[in-house]
Write a protein that binds this ligand. Structure first.
Ligand SMILES: Cc1cc2nc3c(=O)[nH]c(=O)nc-3n(C[C@H](O)[C@H](O)[C@H](O)COP(=O)(O)OP(=O)(O)OC[C@H]3O[C@@H](n4cnc5c(N)ncnc54)[C@H](O)[C@@H]3O)c2cc1C
Length: 389
C-alpha cells in the first residue's frame, strides 16, 4: 500500500496535522487509532540544520506505552536500547539511579530520531484515514465553523488544526499565539561513538565546568550517543572534530574506555521557548511548536507526547466538533501549568548545575551524596524523572 495522496475535498477529514516530524506523524497515527480521518501536511524531512536527525531520545515509560498501543513497537524494539541504570557524576560525588530502586522495569528506552520517524512514516502508509500532503501550507483562515488551509491554491476545510511544526512554528505565527524564549548561550553538541567497553544499558551524565555531558547507550552494545551542552553557543562543529573523542574520553573519566567517533558532529543552540497558551482559534499546538526545554533531562519529546496523550483523552469521549472552544479550553486547562512546571523546573536545574561558584559546587556534590544515601528520596527522584506528571 502506498502513502495516501490527498488531492480532493473529503468532508470526513476532520483534522489537519501540520508538521513532518515525530510529533506530527504520531498525531496523525493517534487520530487514525481513534477513527478520526486527518490530512497530514508533511514534506519529507531533508537534512535538518538543527541536528535532530542525529538525536537519540530517552523515551519515558508513558511514551513507550503510546508507541506500543499504536502498534509500532515490534518494528522498533530491535533498534532500541533499554536503560536500567543511570550514573550521575559531579566533581568527586556520584549518584546511581536504578530501575529496581524505583520498582520499575526500566528508566527509559533509547531510540534514534531517524529509526522512530521511519517506523512512524511506515505505519502511516497503512492507515487509509491519513492523507499525507507532501507540501507546506500557504495560508490558514479561521471561520466560525471551520478552519481553511490553502496549499498550492487548493483549499481544505477542517474542524481543527494541530500545529506540530517545531520550534519556529508557522502555525503558531499564523494563529498569533504569543511566545518568548530564553537563550541558554550554549550549544547542544550531538555525536555518536564506538566504545572500548560494553555499555550494559547504562546511561551516564557528568556535570563539569566544561558543560553537561551525557553518554547514552545505543542498540549496539558498544555504541553511545552523546549530548554535550556546552558554552559558548558559537562553536563550530568542524572545530570540534579532531579532538572530540579524546576530549570526551577524558571528560567521562574513561567510564566506557577509549572512544572512537563514528558519526558527524551536529550542534544546535539551546533555548527554552514558552508560549502564552497552546491554543488558538480552532488550533492546538503540540510538541516543540508549543514549548522547548533544556536537554539535560532528555525530556523534550516526552513532554510533546504528553500533550498528545491529553488531546487523545479529550477526543476519546467522542465529539461532534473537534475544534470547539470548550474542548480546546479543556486541553489548555489540563496542560498549561503541567508544561510550565516542567519548563521552569528544568530551567532552575540548568541554572543550578551551571553555577561555577565553589560554594554551589560543594552544595551540588553534597546533594548527590545525600540522595545516594537516602533510598526513598532516590526512588522519588526516579519516579519524577521518568513520569513527572
Ligand atoms: C541536543 C538535544 C537533545 C535532545 N534529546 C532529547 C531526549 O533525549 N529525549 C527527549 O524526549 N527529547 C530530546 N530533545 C528534544 C526533542 O528533540 C524535541 O522535543 C522533539 O524532536 C520535538 O519534535 P517535534 O515533532 O515537536 O518538532 P520537530 O522535530 O522540530 O519537527 C517539526 C517538523 O515540522 C516540519 N515543519 C516545519 N514547518 C512546517 C510547515 N510549515 N509545514 C509542514 N511541516 C513543517 C519540520 O521540517 C520538522 O520536520 C532533545 C533536543 C535537543 C536540542
Amino acid at each position: 500500500m502506498g502513502i495516501t495522496q490527498y488531492s480532493k475535498q473529503d468532508p470526513s477529514v476532520k483534522v489537519a496535522v501540520i508538521g513532518g516530524g515525530i510529533m506530527g506523524a504520531l498525531s496523525a497515527l493517534a487520530l487514525a487509532d481513534l477513527g478520526i480521518a486527518s490530512a497530514w501536511y508533511a514534506p519529507k524531512e531533508e537534512a535538518r540544520s538543527d541536528g535532530a536527525q542525529s538525536r537519540n531520545y530517552a523515551l519515558s515509560p508513558g511514551s513507550v506505552q503510546l508507541l506500543q498501543k499504536l502498534g509500532l513497537w515490534n518494528a522498533l524494539a530491535p533498534k532500541t536500547c533499554t536503560v536500567t541504570r543511570m550514573e550521575v557524576f559531579a566533581g568527586s560525588s556520584r549518584l546511581d539511579l536504578s530501575a529496581t530502586d524505583a520498582g520499575t522495569d526500566f528508566l527509559s528506552i533509547m531510540v534514534l530520531h531517524q529509526d522512530l520517524l521511519d517506523a512512524l512514516e511506515q505505519a502511516v502508509q497503512y492507515r487509509p484515514t491519513v492523507g499525507r500532503v507532501f507540501s507546506k501550507p500557504d495560508l490558514l483562515e479561521t471561520h466560525s465553523d471551520c478552519i481553511a488551509i490553502t496549499t498550492n491554491s487548493d483549499t481544505r476545510k477542517v474542524q481543527l488544526v494541530i500545529g506540530a511544526d517545531g520550534q519556529k512554528s508557522w502555525v503558531r505565527q499564523q494563529s498569533k499565539i504569543l511566545w518568548g524564549q530564553r537563550d541558554y548561550g550554549q550549544q547542544g553538541v550531538v555525536a555518536a561513538f564506538k566504545s572500548e567497553h560494553a555499555h550494559s544499558g547504562v546511561a551516564a551524565q557528568w556535570f563539569t565546568p566544561k558543560g553537561i555531558l551525557a553518554l547514552l547507550p545505543l542498540a549496539d552494545s558498544h555504541e553511545l550517543s552523546m549530548v554535550w551542552s556546552k558554552s559558548p553557543n558559537n562553536i563550530s562543529a568542524s572545530r570540534l572534530t579532531e579532538s572530540l573523542a579524546e576530549e570526551i574520553s577524558e571528560l567521562s573519566e574513561n567510564r566506557f574506555g577509549r572512544l572512537e567517533l563514528i558519526s558527524s558532529i551536529q550542534a544546535a543552540p539551546l533555548k527554552m521557548m514558552l508560549t502564552e497558551k497552546q491554543i488558538g482559534e480552532r488550533v492546538v499546538l503540540i510538541g516543540d511548536s508549543a514549548h522547548t526545554v533544556h536537554p539535560l533531562a532528555g525530556y523534550g519529546l516526552n513532554l510533546g507526547i504528553q500533550d498528545l496523550l491529553c488531546l487523545i483523552g479529550i477526543f476519546e469521549s467522542g465529539h461532534q466538533d473537534l475544534g470547539a472552544l470548550a474542548l480546546l479550553n479543556q486541553f489548555e486547562k489540563e496542560r498549561h501549568f503541567k508544561v510550565k512546571r516542567v519548563q521552569w523546573a528544568l530551567d532552575l536545574l540548568q541554572r543550578f548545575v551551571n553555577q561555577s561558584h565553589p560554594a554551589v559546587q560543594r552544595i551540588r556534590s553534597m546533594g548527590l551524596e545525600l540522595v545516594s544515601e537516602i533510598g526513598p528520596l532516590r526512588q522519588f527522584l526516579i519516579r519524577q524523572a521518568i513520569s513527572p506528571q
